[in-house]
Design a protein around this ligand. Structure first.
Ligand SMILES: *Cc1c(COP(=O)(O)O)cnc(C)c1O
Length: 254
């Protein structure tokens, strides 16, 4: 058993006693963290009248090792999210033998699109037309189309990536017509918010936009929202894919 590598805390409305829960990055604790998180997801689906199994758990493995990913894969996780291209490519190569689904969820620079198009199954962080065009051109004709979520910046902070809610329609229209891409949905990372009702209010804005766009684009079936500290609110508001790092793998080394 590895030594204790990391601790983290997060708060949870339903289980306030978990507010200082310690997550340990060990084989046992990754398995326990997965079990607990999956149980929470199923409970929140029931509690907020969501269909059973309508929420997919995307394990965010950035800054965590290929070994940790392998442990998670052995405990039933198939979807993994990565933010940093070089680090991700090393892990994708190391884990080639496993049937994993790789999601790129970090900011995208133009010069990184080819490697993303060639090595990932999904991209959640498309926020401008130029990036969409490059990803489509660079996706090989032998691969199935790359699944794309358009990232929306709900708080319209200039420093963060994501298109504005107003421009989401334009970016979605471009993605929808590109042959190398399949438009699957919207993604957002709202500013961290500890109040449950305010978390819900932010996610609700994205959910409303998602429903309007999904009525226009039938391939849209994915609302990518919710992280370790706010996934209950995200599920309450209709999330279909939560992106969880800390609650599964422990806090990240800096
Ligand atoms: C790191 C990251 C996550 C996971 O965050 P946790 O708080 O560790 O669960 C989810 N989504 C994106 C885009 C991230 O960069």
């Amino acid at each position: 058993m590895k030594d204790l590598l990391a601790y983290s805390t997060f708060s949870c409305k339903k289980f306030p006693e978990r507010t200082h829960h310690h997550f340990r990055e060990t084989v046992t604790s990754i398995a326990e963290n997965i079990d607990r998180t999956v149980a929470d997801i199923r409970q929140f689906e029931a509690e907020y009248q969501r269909p059973k199994n309508s929420v997919t758990l995307l394990a965010v493995s950035k800054k965590h090792s290929a070994e940790s990913i392998e442990v998670a894969a052995q405990h039933g996780i198939h979807n993994f999210g990565e933010n940093y291209l070089q680090e991700a490519l090393e892990k994708i190569l190391a884990l080639k033998k496993l049937p994993l689904i790789w999601h790129f969820i970090g900011p995208i620079q133009s010069n990184k699109t080819r490697a993303i198009a060639e090595n990932f199954d999904w991209v959640h962080s498309v926020d401008r037309e130029k990036i969409a065009h490059r990803l489509s051109e660079q996706r090989s004709g032998e691969q199935v189309a790359l699944n794309v979520c358009v990232q929306v910046n709900l708080s319209a902070e200039q420093s963060k990536s994501g298109t504005t809610l107003k421009s989401a329609l334009e970016v979605c229209a471009v993605v929808a017509k590109l042959p190398g891409l399949t438009l699957r949905g919207l993604m957002a990372i709202p500013a961290p918010q500890s109040n449950f009702q305010e978390q819900r209010a932010n996610f609700n804005q994205l959910a409303i936009e998602f429903r309007a766009l999904a009525a226009l684009y039938p391939t849209m079936d994915t609302l990518s929202m919710g992280m370790s500290n706010d996934f209950e609110a995200a599920i309450a508001e209709g999330s279909t894919m939560i992106r969880i790092g800390t609650a599964l793998f422990g806090s990240r080394p800096i």
